[in-house]
Design a binder for this molecule. Structure first.
Ligand code: ZN
Length: 299
């Protein structure tokens, strides 16, 4: 198998926060994840540093439609690249206005700095891919593994012994601990853990995490992720039961996760990368919503 290049998108000038993966093929370049449009320039120079041009990218596989994974996909569609997405994310990529407006309610005037712009992707370039589909591109065959729990529109992609795990495989910077990104509105612990069971059953050797990069010992990784996912959710639960607001919980949660990181020997700078890749306030909000839906019997 030809070599997979890990491209660092240098999100907010931070290394190893958001990545994309580049795979050459007989049918042009394949990109897994586009990153947000705000880091497109970095993505472009990373592709050029590998000796290619952005126009050489013919296929973009998106694990899900969160901005940090899919925000710049439309730029590649402008050159005629095909964009692959789960059916539940399809309409938002066709017409991103609703997605954009709901994100703007959260991020306000910071949208441009964080994520950049998003434009519609033409229907003829947007391909829906679901569980067990095989995507054949030149000499490569990708197996689609539907992996909800982090987002309802989340796929992972298997290529040989490798799985590109998007966010469902967690966030892990280098040898540091693995943590679950828990943004609203789709967090579902039960679904997430059954998606991890699905990944385990694949017997893959290597995961490529969008946040960030190549990881081996994948069974240990998923097991640690299950534990920390429960740990964070159970930490939040008493605050939810008492009706305490997300604003009040967030600084306490930040202090809690910071102490977890410090116990594992992380520096202030390393803790900051985790905060960029996986903001605490987002996890508080996502896990509160999970407990609310669960209480209401909606999940
Ligand atoms: Zn995500």
């Amino acid at each position: 198998m030809s070599k997979i290049k890990v491209l660092d998108l240098q999100f907010l000038d931070t290394k190893k926060a958001i990545g994309s993966f580049l795979i050459p093929s007989e049918e042009g370049l394949i990109l897994i994840e586009s990153g947000p449009e705000s880091t497109y320039k970095h993505l472009q120079s990373a592709i050029e540093n590998e000796g290619f041009n952005v126009e050489d990218v013919k296929h973009v596989l998106l694990t899900h439609i969160h901005f940090d994974h899919a925000g710049a996909a439309w730029k590649f569609a402008e050159f005629g690249a095909k964009i692959y997405v789960h059916p539940k994310g399809y309409s938002h990529m066709l017409d991103p206005e609703k997605l954009w407006n709901s994100a703007k309610m959260i991020y306000g005037d910071d949208m441009d700095r964080l994520w950049g712009k998003m434009q519609p992707i033409p229907e003829n370039l947007l391909i829906q891919v679901d569980d067990n589909d095989i995507i054949t591109i030149g000499e490569h065959q990708f197996k689609v593994i539907y992996t909800p729990g982090h987002a309802v529109h989340h796929n992972s992609y298997r290529l040989g012994d490798i799985i590109f795990t998007g966010d469902v495989g967690g966030v892990k910077i280098g040898n540091h601990p693995i943590v679950p990104p828990c943004p609203p509105p789709d967090i579902n612990l039960e679904l997430w853990k059954s998606s991890l069971d699905k990944l385990d059953a694949e017997n893959a050797k290597v995961f490529y995490l969008t946040h960030f990069g190549r990881q081996e010992n994948v069974l240990e990784l998923t097991q640690e992720l299950r534990i920390i996912l429960d740990d964070w959710a159970n930490w939040i639960k008493p605050y939810f039961d008492e009706g305490i607001s997300a604003e009040e919980i967030t600084p306490k949660f930040m202090a809690y996760t910071k102490s977890q990181f410090q116990k594992k020997g992380l520096s202030e700078e390393e803790i900051q990368i985790y905060e960029y890749a996986n903001p605490s306030w987002m996890s508080v909000s996502g896990l509160l919503r999970y407990w609310k839906l669960k209480k209401e019997g909606r999940i």
